[in-house]
Design a protein around this ligand. Sequence first.
Ligand SMILES: C[S@@+](CC[C@H](N)C(=O)[O-])C[C@H]1O[C@@H](n2cnc3c(N)ncnc32)[C@H](O)[C@@H]1O
Length: 223
Amino acid sequence: MVSYRLNEIIELCGSAKRIADVGCDHGKVLGELAKKGAKYLVATDISEPSVRKAGELLNKLNFKKFDVRVGNGCETLSEKDKLDMIVIAGMGGLEIIEILKKSPIELTNLVLQPQNNVVKLREYLVENNFRIIVDKVVEDKQKFYNILKVKKSDKKYELSAREIQYGKSNLKGYNPHFVLMLMEENEKLAARQVNVTNENIKNKMINTIIKNNKEIERANSRR
Ligand SMILES: C[S@@+](CC[C@H](N)C(=O)[O-])C[C@H]1O[C@@H](n2cnc3c(N)ncnc32)[C@H](O)[C@@H]1O
């Protein structure tokens, strides 16, 4: 059994069959993808013990068609891998941007799960013609995660300011995890702003609370 977060990442890989997990660590995502009928997997991580763990897991599952590589980001990948999906999860948003920038291969389909700086990551993706197909919040053991599925597009692509701020899938239908995340953020902001003396910063915090409350109301009205 993998965690709810990892399960969502695996689900978003959809029907992809040739998949790399960049920053694979334990290799649990690859293990599940192997069980789900993947044809070829690449376990890559900057840490040698991590790729070793991932390799051991795939061997234990008797999955044969995989490669393990130690190195920075996508720099270990090659066009010859013919990947139809790359997962980059559990790293900072800025680190993910750096990894995407330095990729030696053309990036087409990605599942990304930044630990922070999701707004900056969305801005980078839009500026670089990555179409965001899914962008949703999931809660796992009382922590909130943004998970994005993106596809390279040859056309210019735009998102509204609201979509950049909150993630487009969260603004459609009713995602209880998104509402809970905003409620938690508002609670923290409300507690912190009491001690803030700088008027500008205080006003920014209060504006964020107001905007978040509006999104909570909108989400509840879509229930
Ligand atoms: C918090 S773990 C996340 C593991 C797994 N992807 C997940 O989501 O559960 C981050 C992993 O990314 C690896 N990592 C960090 N920076 C990296 C980079 N620039 N290139 C490749 N791997 C990196 C770390 O060694 C670590 O194994």
